[in-house]
Design a protein. Structure first.
Length: 273
C-alpha cells in the first residue's frame, strides 16, 4: 500500500504517482501495468491528447475506480469560465469517468489573464460534485494569492517543475504557507545526467538501491508528490519501491545541493495552448 497525504479539502492523495506525458499508443498498457503494480495516482492532461488511452488502461486494469486518483488538466486554449466547464465535460467523456479526482489549471498564462475565471469554474465543478479536488499547475505565489483573494478557495495542489537540479525551496514554502500540497513534475529531471551525479550514485550504493530511487525518495522526504513517467514495467516498479529506506538529513542536503536554480519553463511567460 502506498502512503497517502492529506489535501486541504479533506481528501487524500497517494504519495507518488505515474506521469503519462508523452505517452500515446503505449498509454493503455503502461497505465494498466502501473495500476497492477500498485500505483493509485495517474497524471494526464487534455494537452497530452491521451485521455482516452489513459481511460482505457484504467478499465483494463480491473482496479476499482474508487481506489484510483485520476488527475487531468485544463489546457490553455480552454481557459475562461464557460470554456472550462465545456472542456471538463470533454475530458470526462474521453477518460470515460463519472467524476475526476483532481482537476488542475495547466498553466496560468498571465498575459491571457483568464485564470481567475477558469478557477471560478473549477470551484463550481467541485461544488457540483463532478470533481473531488481542484488545483493548479505552474502557479507562482502571486498567481496563488490572486485566485485565493478573488474566490476564498485555495487550490489543493500546485504541480510544478521540481527535481534536484531545481529544488524550488521558495515555491514549496509559498505553497505550504497557503495549505497547497506541491506535486513534482519531471521529478527525475527527465535525463540520465542527474541519475549519474556522483552524490546520487554514492548515496544509492550506501542504501543498495537504484540512483533513481534515491531521487524519488528525496521528493517523498520533502513532503512533495513526484509523478515519474515510465512506460517500462521494470522502471515503474522500481520507481514505486521507495518506502523501504530513509535518507539522512545530510544525504537530503547533499542532493538539494545539486540545485542549479534554473527552470525549464518560466510560469510568468511560458505559453502553451
Ligand atoms: N504540469 C506540467 O506543466 C507538466 C510538465 C511536464 C510534465 N508533467 C507531468 O509530469 C510527468 C513526469 O515528468 P517528465 O515525464 O517530464 O519527466 P520524468 O518523470 O522526470 O522523466 C521521465 C523520463 O525518465 C525515464 N525514466 C523513468 N523512470 C526511470 C528510471 N527509474 N530510471 C531511468 N530512467 C527512468 C522515462 O523513460 P521510460 O518511459 O523509458 O522509463 C522518461 O524518459 C509527465 O509524464 C507529466 O505527466 C507535467
Amino acid at each position: 500500500m502506498i502512503p497517502t497525504l492529506a489535501l486541504n479539502d479533506g481528501n487524500r492523495i497517494p504519495a507518488i504517482g505515474l506521469g503519462t506525458w508523452p505517452m500515446n499508443e503505449e498509454a493503455p498498457g503502461a497505465v494498466r501495468t502501473a495500476l497492477e503494480l500498485g500505483y493509485r495516482l495517474i497524471d494526464t492532461a487534455a494537452k497530452y491528447e491521451n485521455e482516452e488511452a489513459v481511460g482505457q488502461g484504467i478499465v483494463e486494469s480491473g482496479v476499482p475506480r474508487e481506489q484510483i486518483v485520476v488527475t487531468t488538466k485544463l489546457r490553455g486554449a480552454d481557459q475562461g469560465y464557460e470554456s472550462t466547464l465545456r472542456a471538463f465535460e470533454t475530458s470526462r467523456r474521453k477518460l470515460g469517468l463519472e467524476y475526476i479526482d483532481l482537476y488542475l489549471i495547466h498553466w496560468p498564462l498571465p498575459r491571457v489573464d483568464k485564470y481567475v475565471d477558469s478557477w471560478r469554474a473549477m470551484v463550481k465543478l467541485r461544488e457540483d460534485g463532478v470533481v473531488r479536488s481542484i488545483g493548479v499547475s505552474n502557479f507562482t505565489a502571486a498567481h496563488l494569492d490572486r485566485i485565493i483573494a478573488e474566490t476564498d478557495v485555495a487550490p489543493a495542489v500546485n504541480q510544478i517543475e521540481l527535481h534536484p537540479y531545481f529544488t524550488q525551496a521558495e515555491q514549496r514554502a509559498a505553497d505550504t504557507e497557503r495549505t497547497v500540497l506541491t506535486e513534482s513534475w519531471s521529478p527525475l529531471a527527465r535525463n540520465a545526467q542527474l541519475l549519474s551525479e556522483p552524490a546520487v550514485e554514492q548515496i544509492a550504493a550506501r542504501h543498495e538501491v537504484e540512483n533513481s530511487q534515491v531521487v524519488l525518495r528525496w521528493h517523498i522526504q520533502l513532503g512533495v508528490v513526484p509523478i515519474p513517467k515510465s512506460a517500462s514495467p521494470d522502471r515503474q516498479s522500481s520507481n514505486l519501491d521507495v518506502f523501504g529506506f530513509e535518507l539522512s538529513d545530510s544525504e537530503m542536503r547533499q542532493i538539494s545541493a545539486l540545485d542549479r536554480g534554473r527552470h525549464r519553463l518560466d510560469p510568468d511567460t511560458h505559453e502553451e495552448f
